[in-house]
Write a protein that binds this ligand. Structure first.
Ligand code: ZN
Length: 333
């Protein structure tokens, strides 16, 4: 059996910087026509100059491939002029509460100060991508942040807000309640629960923020995605770290999934007899929500055993060594 996915889009991707950027960019983007590139570098990407520099670095690595990076800037208080200048160079602005995930120390701690910038984003029709977690108890962080998302959605009804990598039933309820809220979902939050991460031997390569949650949360996400929920898009949140930062005390948060995402999703959707909905999850919904016209890039997958490599570059992927039932057989670039 074979399927072809047209112009797969990864709506949330970390490409990092320096040697890591060089090592993992191609495996991360090979199967995608485009990806939304996160701005949380050591020095956050928060000016036009930094966006242009980062885009050039990425483009030099992907020049032979059919791939377009969709750039983001790290949220701070922006002036109208700054955002007007940025608008044609970015896809969205990414908001991190301070300290909730990798390199988010310069994120937002005073939420009352963000509204003038939200007002301008709304006016200029620039989407706002939100890492929605508080600094509370780890299983409740996403839920605790939801009132903040609701407040933004109410106060800025024309602002397109994307709740990134949602991991709970509670987020799905908020998604239903507001027309201007959308969401991305990762593979790990569709496949795993906290038991898989920490119920037996600790699995550092499944440790990410937001942490994988309860069975009922996973089931609710799976039901919504497999039913073809039109407000939910695929975003891998593929977030590589060097081996010595993962298999170590103080394990860094992030699952490296972009190179295996399509085979994993094909297997999952086939198992649930939902293969006809995979194209929309992987591309169609994002095109409709954001008005994207991605590069034409067919990616063929074959139903054949595929043993996930132990490493890509220096990074261990999620499911390393596991045999999946689908493999990517050819790509249009
Ligand atoms: Zn992320």
């Amino acid at each position: 059996m074979e399927i072809t996915l047209f112009s797969p889009l990864d709506m949330h991707l970390h490409l990092r910087e320096g040697d890591m950027l060089k090592a993992i960019t191609l495996p991360s983007i090979n199967d995608f026509a485009s990806a939304v590139v996160m701005p949380n570098l050591r020095d956050p990407v928060d000016t036009l100059e930094k966006v242009q520099t980062y885009r050039k670095q990425i483009e030099s690595l992907v020049s032979e491939h059919a791939f377009e990076p969709l750039m983001t800037v790290f949220f701070r208080s922006f002036s109208r002029q700054e955002l007007i200048a940025l608008k044609s160079h970015i896809f969205a602005v990414k908001l991190y509460p301070a300290g909730v995930t990798t390199q988010s120390e310069k994120g937002i701690s005073d939420f009352s100060a963000i509204e003038p910038t939200l007002e301008i984003l709304q006016e200029l029709k620039i989407p706002l991508l939100v890492h929605g977690e508080t600094n509370g108890f780890v299983l409740d962080r996403e839920k605790e942040f939801l009132p903040m998302v609701e407040r933004m959605a109410q106060n800025f009804k024309d602002l397109r807000i994307v709740m990134e990598h949602i991991s709970t039933r509670d987020s799905l309820r908020v998604l239903e309640r507001y027309e201007n809220i959308f969401a991305t979902v990762t593979v790990q939050h569709l496949l795993f629960t906290l038991d898989d991460l920490a119920g037996g031997l600790l699995q550092p390569h499944l440790f990410c923020k937001p942490i994988v949650k309860r069975p009922a949360d996973r089931q609710a996400l799976l039901d919504a995605v497999l039913a073809g929920h039109p407000k939910i898009m695929f975003g891998s949140d593929s977030a590589p770290h060097p081996l010595d930062k993962k298999e170590a005390p103080g394990c860094a948060a992030g699952c490296f999934t972009a190179p295996i995402a399509l085979p994993v999703l094909a297997e999952l959707f086939e198992r649930h007899e939902a293969m006809s909905r995979l194209q929309d999850f992987i591309s169609g919904h994002a095109q409709t929500i954001h008005g994207l016209e991605p590069l034409p890039k067919p990616v063929r997958l074959k139903k054949e055993p595929y043993k996930v490599p132990q490493t890509f570059g220096s990074v261990v992927p999620l499911l390393a060594g596991h045999t999946l039932s689908w493999r990517v057989s050819s790509r249009g670039d």
